[in-house]
Ligand binder design. Sequence first.
Ligand code: PRP
Ligand code: ZN
Length: 295
Amino acid sequence: MTKETRILIAMQKSGRLSEKSLELFKQSGIVINNGKRQLLYRIPELPIDILFVRDDDIPMLVSEGTCDLGIVGSNVFKEVELSKKDEEFNAAHFFSLGFAKCRLSLAVPEHFDFHSPQSIDGLRIATTYPCILKDFLKKNKLKCEVAVMSGSVEISPHLKISDIICDIVSTGATLVENGMKEAYNIFDSEAIFIRNTKISDEKLKIASKLVSRLDCALIANKSKYVMLNAPKSKIKEITNLLPGSESPTIMPLADENKVAIHAVCSEPVFWDTMEKLKAAGASSILVLPIEKMML
Ligand code: PRP
Ligand code: ZN
């Protein structure tokens, strides 16, 4: 009997990225019930195993082929990729997941007079992302000193370890709490799937199938099913207001001056869209979540 081909995915063992990833798998019908917090989890119904590790280790585990795929922040991936630019590196971006969005930004003390990247020339910058930062400094012809820290970067100006920092900003609360302001975004980050560039076609097929299932769940998350009643004379005006909908269904109603319109909207339906629909003559407007969808 030939051995079953399985793929191994590296995933962050705890933190925001892992929670969102597990949620997305669940929405795609793949429940990862790792109650015992094992390092290795075997998905019973699929040829997929998950290895729970520290996120900083994911790019190298994938590059060295220990894992076939990994889910990691693009900031972490970019940092490792740049640090290995003179060595063999066999991991590449595979698929963007669109969640865990944040920015790697230069941040300066509240009263710092920042106009452009030139304003920071010659200063000392603390960061956990020295390679992305040095790449940015080089491209902008800036001569700064880089102080590498493994965490708590935001306190370094208070300790006089640095003048300014280069750190991850999500809500911006950490900067405010530390008397700093975001000055310049140098890298946009989000969760991504990375893959080993040398995996077999058979493994790539399993990976592609998984990614397309996750993609369907991501699209379903964003999409809504909209149902409403509309005066016959307003069909065009009302369907034009439905965000990202293709060819809505139009059905007759008992009241022959009216129709029912049903549509899948691929973009968020906000309250102001609903108010515009109502103002255009729509009534009984329902916006429903979509559980599964395949385009
Ligand atoms: C990042 C970053 C800030 C915080 C920013 O840290 O280093 O501390 O998030 O988020 P905010 O803008 O929403 O306040 P993270 O939680 O990733 O942990 P780390 O610093 O230990 O890497
Ligand atoms: Zn932090």
